[in-house]
Design a protein around this ligand. Structure first.
Ligand code: AGP
Length: 610
């Protein structure tokens, strides 16, 4: 979603801000803009890419303090006027904002009655005028004016404010939308995402909700909502530039698909011991007792993370014999929240910033449940607010379509399920040894799939024209079917649906004819016979079968028109392998259709609005 970058130091701010905005492009956006002070405040902005903004600026934008923004439209269509930064009549103030001001209409009406004119349809311009109204009463402190304005605002924000009467400072504030300070030597940065500052510093301060900070080139101060000056912890960033670059691949998504053997090895490293049959997860050691005694586990997540949660449901129930419910985080709040002490919620999030997941986490905590995070981004809000957690260590995921995060999340859930199964005596050490030895082989098996992608490329070329796809799977392969369909929808804009295979005959079978590609995930052995029946049902109606299957499921291979054969593994681990050809299928189809793979239309990498 929207991105914020800011700089104050001795260098040319516009260059650093543009570079930072480019690093944030992956989050998804429709417009970009920048404000710089060089004597006067100057704003350049417009609908379109950061590259267009860069051209607009040329090399002429001097000044060593500024703020920039990439906008993902919420209030008002994507156009030049609605782009950020927003300003005031005198042109002295610039504000960039992530989040949503829920009472902006009421505030706008009041301010209009006081004589303020609005030019955009955004909620952000209201905050600009509100700050101006407080500065008109007392022009001694920009921070104070921002604080007073924010007291009147309901909703979520990460904001950065620049004013030419206060030419050496940027005021930033956060509530519900991530913001961090990058602490440099004689320079300071701000950003909504660490990747925008990683080239300049490895020292960051994460702002918490309600906090306001003033940054100058040599200093920063942070205050809590009740005006207490805080001494904030400085965190060390472990992000390397290499990790956030394409490294020779055409797209981040392809790079991330091919990074999966490494991502899973990193995720497993130091955590499993195949000889002893043990799993060590430091982040949940202290709460293991509560997890063992949990009445039930509720998994809350969105999108791909929700799909990995569904795999988790099968894993926890099979390996640890504990009842699991998987909730869309966004729907959890609308249910009777029958959750409390004795329940455990696991929230899964790649970004650690998804607003709906954060809301579910907070609701569960309020009711006394223990909340465990399965998160990728270190230091993210979800990682910080959970009671305990396990990082997936997949490295930065830049492609909007989640790939390596899915497999790394499933890997973590697998380790957690084995650990819990052992603690509850639901599995024996002997069984754990067998499971863990096989889990350790998964990176190599993914590597084998990735070494030969020609068949999946051929299938992709043949079906790139298709307007619809159906994905079917049973048991562990059902969430994989959902994930395969989501990947295709997201990046190639083809309508695709995932179904539990048996549900096909309760409706979707009506769609099947010779034009309908049906991707059958037949990668588990205990469901093989039933999957064969489903394949026959599709064949009888002339559907085009693309099977993801294993050498032992040879009958599936024989019946399918096309197959992608993946290595054998235990059924519990099959999602880690069967999802790979589906990721590749969606990637190659999207490329064939000329789609923007890494930044699909309308999508944001991290969805920070509810
Ligand atoms: C996946 O390809 C998506 N882009 C999306 O569904 C994503 O998984 C979802 O928004 C959740 O994000 P999170 O894991 O960062 O919470």
């Amino acid at each position: 979603m929207c991105g914020i970058v800011g700089y104050v130091g001795d260098k040319q701010a516009s260059k650093i801000i543009i570079e930072g905005l480019k690093r944030l492009e992956y989050r998804g956006y429709d417009s970009a803009g920048i404000a710089v002070i060089n004597g006067q405040l100057s704003i350049k902005k417009g609908k379109g890419k950061v590259a267009s903004l860069e051209k607009m600026i040329g090399s002429g934008e001097k000044g060593s303090i500024g703020i920039g923004h990439t906008r993902w439209a919420t209030h008002g269509e994507p156009n030049d006027i609605n782009s950020h930064p927003h300003t005031i009549e005198s042109g002295k103030l610039a504000i960039v904002h992530n989040g949503i001001i829920e009472n902006y209409n009421t505030l706008k009406k009041k301010l209009s009655e006081q004589g303020y004119t609005f030019y955009s349809q955004t909620d952000t311009e209201v905050v600009a005028k509100l700050i101006e109204s407080f500065l008109e009463k007392d022009a001694s402190s920009l921070k104070k004016a921002v604080q007073l304005a924010l007291h009147q605002v309901h909703g979520t924000y990460g904001i950065a404010v620049l004013h030419s009467d206060f030419p050496n400072q940027i005021v930033v504030a956060r509530k519900g939308s991530p913001l961090l300070l990058g602490v440099g030597d004689g320079e300071m940065l701000i950003a909504s995402d660490a990747s925008a500052v990683a080239a300049y510093t490895d020292k960051v301060v994460y702002l918490d909700d309600g906090e306001i900070a003033v940054i100058t080139k040599d200093n920063y101060t942070v205050e809590s909502a009740d005006h207490i000056e805080l001494s904030k912890e400085v965190h060390e960033l472990t992000l390397s530039l290499e990790e956030i670059e394409k490294g020779g691949y055409d797209h981040f998504m392809l790079k991330e698909i091919f990074e999966q053997p490494k991502a899973i090895s990193d995720c497993l490293r130091g955590r499993i011991d195949p000889d002893k049959g043990t799993v060590t997860l430091g982040g949940i050691d202290s709460i293991m007792d509560k997890l063992v005694n949990a009445n039930r586990i509720i998994i809350a997540a969105c999108g791909t993370s929700w799909h990995s949660g569904l795999v988790g449901e099968y894993l926890f129930e099979y390996l640890a014999k504990v009842p699991v419910e998987v909730e869309y985080a966004s729907e959890f709040r609308y249910k009777e929240q029958l959750i409390g002490e004795g329940d455990v919620m696991i929230v899964i999030s790649q970004s650690g910033e998804t607003a709906d997941t954060l809301a579910a986490l907070r609701a569960a905590k309020e009711r006394g449940a223990l909340v465990i995070g399965v998160v990728n981004v270190v230091g993210s809000t979800i990682a910080r607010e959970t009671d305990a957690g396990v990082y997936i260590h997949a490295g930065p995921e830049i492609g909007v379509a989640s790939t390596k995060a899915f497999t790394a999340q499933v890997t973590v859930l697998t380790m957690m399920a084995i650990k819990l199964g052992l603690s509850k005596n639901a599995i024996t050490i002997k069984e754990a040894k067998k499971l863990i030895s096989e889990l350790a082989k998964i990176p190599q098996k993914i590597e084998e799939i990735l070494q030969n992608t020609s068949e999946i490329e051929r299938i992709s070329n043949l079906f790139s024209y298709a307007p619809n796809f159906l994905y079917l799977g049973r048991s562990y392969s059902f969430p994989v079917a959902l994930e395969g369909a989501l990947k295709l929808k997201e990046i190639s804009y083809i309508h695709a649906e995932g179904y539990p295979a048996a549900e096909m005959k309760h409706g979707p079978i009506a769609l099947i004819d010779e034009m309908m590609p049906v991707v059958v995930i037949a990668a588990t052995h205990h469901t093989n016979d039933k999957m064969i029946s489903n394949i026959e049902e599709v064949r009888a109606r002339k559907g085009r079968i693309i099977a993801i299957t294993t050498p032992k499921n040879d009958e599936v291979g024989d019946l399918a028109e096309f197959s992608s054969i993946i290595p054998e593994t235990m059924d519990v681990f099959s999602p880690l392998l069967s999802v790979i050809p589906l990721q590749l299928l969606s990637y190659y189809i999207a490329v064939n259709r000329g789609c923007n793979v890494d930044q699909p239309r309308n999508l944001a990498k991290s969805v920070t609005v509810e």
